[in-house]
Write a protein that binds this ligand. Structure first.
Ligand SMILES: [Zn+2]
Length: 78
């Protein structure tokens, strides 16, 4: 049995998917947004709190509206 690394949930269509790779979860979110315009969110598992916070602050798609600009991880506009 593979460990679940991330759970993606989309409140707009009440969807919930578990992923064992963060990259797969991120791809799903991006694809789902392309296909439906929904903003799914992910919940990370089995990471320490600092890493989880970093992932959240960095955003899942890199767009400024998804990124916490007051985070020390924020690098400015791409
Ligand atoms: Zn959706």
């Amino acid at each position: 049995m593979t460990a679940t690394r991330a759970t993606v949930t989309c409140p707009d269509c009440d969807r919930r998917e578990a992923f064992d790779e963060l990259g797969a979860a991120r791809s799903f979110i991006e694809r789902h947004r392309d296909e439906t315009g929904h903003e799914a969110t992910w919940e990370l598992h089995r990471l320490d709190a600092g890493v989880e916070r970093a992932g959240r602050e960095a955003g899942v798609c890199g767009r400024s509206e998804c990124t916490a600009t007051d985070s020390p991880l924020y690098l400015g506009d791409p």
